[in-house]
Design a protein around this ligand. Structure first.
Ligand code: NCD
Length: 512
């Protein structure tokens, strides 16, 4: 085990995606210490106040988080459910958060139905935000208590490291936020082998499969073959089919909810000993994700899991709020300045007018030429520019398609004015990073740039996921839509991954 203490003081706890293994072990060790000797953290957060904002139902997460805060000496206030709050009067999340912060709270624990809501709250707040579940996206404190459970059951009891385990996740892998946070957490431990059991309609989104692959984690799909997976897995993590995420589509919900169930005979059919059965709870008594005879088996660890929530959440609150600790340096990437959209390229100094490209459009005295636009996309670029500029400039844009370039057909767009709007340039870069932009003054090319996407795009496009907090229909005073650019585009709030092309098309209704 690593002894390096990486401070998390003052940090948000939004996701397990960027947690370093050292930070994970730090929290796990703290939780063990707190469990052995609860008095060691008595009153450590004496003058602190936690706002507990649960916009969605919760039993375990809310009670254990609030109890953890109370045990540390902090005061807790907030709400459980939106009944009786100004959400009923149409208040947006950003306003609720600003107001809560104004009352002098030191941290916010939030559960909310929209994906990315915890990130949005953290963007607005200057105090730490703990994500207690944001829609079908993530539930990082649950994943940490699940990890604590695995550590106790395998490492402490049987001297088996977690990165040697075969762990199966079954049930609603699409909407189950606990699953997502567990996978992102386990993705930091190469060697672990993951097995997925789910009907197709609630299968694991590719977003998570992609990150597992990129971090070198082996995983296998088993359809709904739960019985066969139980025969070899070290741990099986069952989940409830999340009825509340089906938007009232009862037929689809029932199809998913009745697809499989963990039963006593399945467990009895296993020859090897050592199975650990987990579930974040609640088990839906109507659907019966796990039949009730399993509850009394020694292998069933879900009540232990729930109990582990208390020391684990105590450890997280303590790590984040204890002022003796220093600020962590290792955080998720921060939004980058859009200035990075233009990279200057060198060009021959002898720029007589004949060097201007796209003669079919005539020469420019002043303005901008976008060259090397992939064939068929010039019209899109022209439309993007038309939308961004004032009325009087709209007819000063020309486009020529299917010109013969050195490496095949290309399109060109010219404008009779210069373009400095970084957001517009980012949008054009989304069409293609091969595009070159030349600035023309007095009929000469004065500067040439390569368009390139910055690490993060802010406010240039809308995330197409309707369950994302940034979707306009939620009227959440929307946070700037941001995409991390890593080959494809990943929404900063809901983590859904898109191709550049699909984002462009959905945003502008532009078809090639
Ligand atoms: C889970 C949740 O809310 O995501 N419960 C929990 O926090 N322990 C799982 C669920 O509701 O199915």
């Amino acid at each position: 085990m690593v002894n390096l203490v990486i401070s998390m003081y003052g940090c948000d706890f939004l996701s397990t995606r960027y947690l370093e293994p050292d930070q994970v072990w730090h929290i796990i060790q703290l939780a063990h210490q707190i469990e052995k000797n609860p008095a060691s953290v008595d009153g450590k957060l004496n003058r602190k106040k936690l706002a507990s904002l649960f916009f969605e139902p919760s039993t375990r997460t809310r009670l254990s988080t609030e109890t953890a805060a109370i045990n540390l000496g902090a005061k807790v206030n907030g709400f459980s459910g939106i009944e009786g709050t100004s959400v009923k009067k149409g208040e947006c999340l950003a306003h609720t958060i600003r107001m809560v912060e104004g009352y002098g709270y030191d941290a916010i624990a939030i559960r909310h139905p929209l994906q990315g809501s915890a990130q949005h709250a953290a963007d607005v707040a200057t105090i730490p935000v703990i994500n207690c579940g944001d829609g079908g996206h993530e539930h990082p404190t649950q994943a940490m208590l699940d990890f604590l459970t695995l550590h106790k059951e395998f490492t402490i009891k049987n001297n088996l490291d977690i990165d040697k385990l075969k762990i199966a996740f079954a049930g609603d892998l699409k909407n189950g936020r606990t699953v997502h946070s567990n996978l992102l957490l386990l993705s930091h431990f190469p060697g672990v082998e993951l097995h997925f059991v789910a009907p197709d309609i609630v299968g694991l989104p590719t977003t998570y499969k992609d990150i597992l692959s990129s971090r070198g984690i082996d995983f296998y799909d088993h359809g709904t073959e739960l019985a066969s997976v139980i025969k070899f897995a070290d741990a099986v993590y069952m989940t409830r089919v999340q009825e509340e995420r089906f938007g009232g589509d009862t037929q689809k919900y029932l199809e998913a909810a009745t697809a499989m169930r963990l039963t006593l005979p399945m467990v009895q059919a296993r020859e090897e000993s050592g199975l650990v059965i987990m579930h974040p709870l609640p088990i839906n008594k109507f659907a019966g994700d796990i039949s009730s005879e399993v509850d009394s088996l020694e292998q069933a660890k879900y009540f232990d899991q729930a109990a582990n929530g208390l020391p684990l959440r105590t450890a997280i609150l303590y790590a984040i709020l204890d002022p003796i600790r220093q600020r962590a340096t290792d955080e998720a990437p921060k939004p980058e300045n859009l200035e990075t959209c233009l990279k200057k390229v060198r060009f021959k100094k002898d720029n007589r007018p004949k060097k201007q490209k796209g003669q079919r459009l005539g020469y420019l005295d002043q303005g901008t030429v976008f060259d090397h636009i992939p064939s068929g996309w010039g019209y899109t670029v022209m439309k993007l520019i038309r939308r961004a500029v004032p009325e009087e400039q709209k007819n000063q844009i020309e486009y020529a398609g299917e010109l013969q370039g050195r490496s095949g057909l290309k399109d060109i767009v010219k404008t009779r004015f210069s373009i400095t709007d970084q957001r517009l340039l980012a949008k054009i870069a989304m069409v293609s990073e091969d595009i070159r932009m030349s600035e023309i003054h007095d009929k000469k090319v004065r500067a040439k740039y390569r368009l390139s996407l910055p690490l993060m795009l802010t406010d240039v496009a809308q995330c197409p996921n309707p369950k994302c907090i940034t979707a306009p229909e939620h009227r959440e005073n929307s946070p700037h839509m941001s995409f991390y650019v890593d080959g494809s585009l990943r929404c900063r709030y809901c983590d859904t991954v898109y191709t550049k092309e699909s984002v462009l098309k959905r945003n502008d209704g532009l078809v090639r």
